[in-house]
Design a binder for this molecule. Structure first.
Ligand code: ADP
Ligand code: UDP
Length: 248
């Protein structure tokens, strides 16, 4: 499929027009940034992994009733998606304390929550993506009350599906960021990406970090971690221990 005009270049992806005006082509780069663009680098092969992983997880979510922007993978770094009006909110779901949560509230990393924590940030690089609550989002007219409720419900459901999926692959889903958009008919879809750039994924046994924190924190083995998490995604899930009660 021919890419049309480049409409946007972001930190991790480029966005192109598609032949169909209701669709876009997203191209995944190897560029990596952290700390609101202060730290820059390249993770070789990341674009290919993030494209494949995001598409696989969006297909999984569709199967579980979550509408997404995903249409079709058209190349190793390129995917056709539904064009959405992005709601300028970064929705973060957390199962375990880490990153800015641990820093902000002065707690250590690795504390498992009884209930997932959901938070919204205003997607605005110039302001450093400040945290906001529902009433702020309403005051700023970023979304309606109904949309916020839908976004929160979808995000919690996505967490359940992804948590269970990664569990069967020996990976703990610590936290992640989502973006949602509106289609032409006003419906809400999950957009952007779900990848090791936007999730914290820890090996369930060793606690080893298999995500962008290796880059953010100069832990080394960045490319290897991206390849390892992709292998885990594609490997057969560990069999359920359903045979345990069979006495034959
Ligand atoms: P950033 O803009 O934060 O640097 P990226 O490099 O990932 O991020 O750029 C991709 C851009 O495309 C983001 O601004 C994202 O919100 C936007 N986007 C993702 N999915 C869609 C979609 N389905 N329709 C329109 N825009 C999208
Ligand atoms: N995240 C993201 N983009 C952002 C901010 C956060 O994808 O602009 C993801 C991040 O990878 C992590 C989760 O959201 O999985 C929570 O990030 P946190 O708020 O702890 O911020 P960070 O430590 O990345 O500054």
């Amino acid at each position: 499929m021919e890419k049309g005009l480049q409409l946007y270049e972001g930190k991790a992806k480029k966005v192109f027009a598609a032949e169909d005006p209701d669709l876009l082509i997203v191209y995944y780069k190897d560029d990596a940034t952290a700390f609101n663009g202060l730290k820059r680098g390249t993770i070789a092969g990341k674009g290919i992994i993030n494209n494949r992983m995001s598409n696989a997880l969006m297909m999984l979510l569709e199967k579980h009733g979550i509408p997404t922007h995903y249409v079709r993978e058209i190349g190793e770094r390129e995917t056709l998606v539904k064009k959405a009006e992005i709601i300028p909110l970064e929705v973060i779901v957390r199962n375990i304390s880490a990153g800015s949560f641990a820093k902000r509230y002065g707690v250590e990393e690795g504390i498992a929550f009884e209930q997932p924590a959901v938070e919204f940030s205003y997607k605005n690089d110039a302001l450093g993506d400040p945290l906001l609550n529902d009433s702020h989002a309403l005051a700023l007219r970023l979304a309606s009350r109904e949309e916020l409720e839908k976004i929160r419900a979808y995000s919690l459901r996505i967490n359940e599906v992804l948590r269970q999926f990664w569990n069967t692959r020996g990976v703990t889903l610590v936290d992640f960021k989502l973006e949602f958009g509106r289609l032409g008919d006003g419906s809400i879809v999950l957009a952007d990406e779900i990848s090791p750039d936007t999730c914290r994924l820890w090996d369930s046994k060793t606690g080893e970090k298999l995500d962008k924190d290796r880059f953010r924190r100069d832990l080394g083995g960045v490319e290897e971690a991206y390849r390892e998490i992709m292998d885990r995604l594609e490997k057969q899930p560990e069999p359920e221990k359903s045979g345990e009660n069979l006495h034959d």
